[in-house]
Ligand binder design. Structure first.
Ligand SMILES: Cc1cc2nc3c(=O)[nH]c(=O)nc-3n(C[C@H](O)[C@H](O)[C@H](O)COP(=O)(O)O)c2cc1C
Length: 214
């Protein structure tokens, strides 16, 4: 079995990344690749891995959905009391990774997260489907629960309690806005000689771009 796994490999040869086709602005490049992913057959083109670090220096990761790129910030929504929420409150530095296998591409972003303004989170919450709103209100995300029944009961009880009412965003749920300081664009190439370009934010707010070894 081990041998079979170690034999899995394929060549990446669909696209290339060159300095003359890359945008000077990493947000433009990000939008360009995101559009490609949205127009591809990727199952979850907006899914990204969020890496956080606990107060005592231990990293952890999980997937969330990108919900916007606005005014130089990258937005996702979650429970502020979840494991990630607590870690970001203690240490706001994080890393985001998009992997688009169909395009043989990945993007890594590093930066600092802050909670979105309550009105911003309210507006997004209001756009969510009714049952997702109820779910966000009743799920103590990342805490231990006794059974699935426990959460189903809470869901049904909350839905019945709020019948006919506007479902309001709970205070412990909302957006994080990430201000990036580093972007890396990775394009798989043949013979594992991939193209990698790194953008780092300079003190004068410009972006410096360099090519990295694969
Ligand atoms: C495709 C996908 C999308 C997800 N989107 C979100 C999301 O937008 N927000 C969220 O809180 N959790 C999302 N999750 C669940 C998280 O990966 C994770 O299980 C949850 O947020 C709890 O993480 P934590 O205990 O590390 O805080 C998603 C999972 C998958 C697989």
């Amino acid at each position: 079995m081990e041998n079979q796994i170690s034999d899995i490999r394929r060549e990446y040869r669909k696209h290339k990344l060159t300095p003359d086709t890359l945008s000077n602005n990493p947000f433009e490049q990000f939008q360009h690749w995101l559009d490609d992913a949205l127009n591809s057959s990727e199952e979850e083109p907006t899914a990204m891995i969020v890496a956080t670090v606990s107060a005592d220096g231990h990293p952890s990761t999980r997937t969330v959905l990108l919900k916007g790129v606005e005014n130089g910030k990258i937005i996702f929504f979650t429970n502020y009391e979840s494991r990630k929420g607590q870690q970001l409150t203690a240490n706001p530095y994080l890393s985001l990774s998009f992997v688009w296998h169909k395009l043989e591409r990945q993007i890594h972003i590093e930066g600092k997260a802050e909670k979105c303004l309550p009105e911003y989170s309210d507006a997004y919450f209001a756009s969510r489907p009714y049952k997702s709103k109820i779910g966000a209100r009743i799920s103590p995300q990342s805490r231990t629960i006794s059974s699935r029944m426990e959460i189903m009961r809470a869901f049904i009880y909350e839905a019945a309690k709020l019948t006919g009412q506007t479902i309001r965003r709970p205070d412990n749920w909302g957006g994080f806005a990430v201000t990036p300081t580093r972007f890396e664009f990775w394009q798989g190439r043949e013979n594992r000689l991939h193209d990698r370009f790194e953008y780092t934010l300079q003190s004068d707010k410009s972006w410096q771009r360099v090519r990295l070894a694969p």
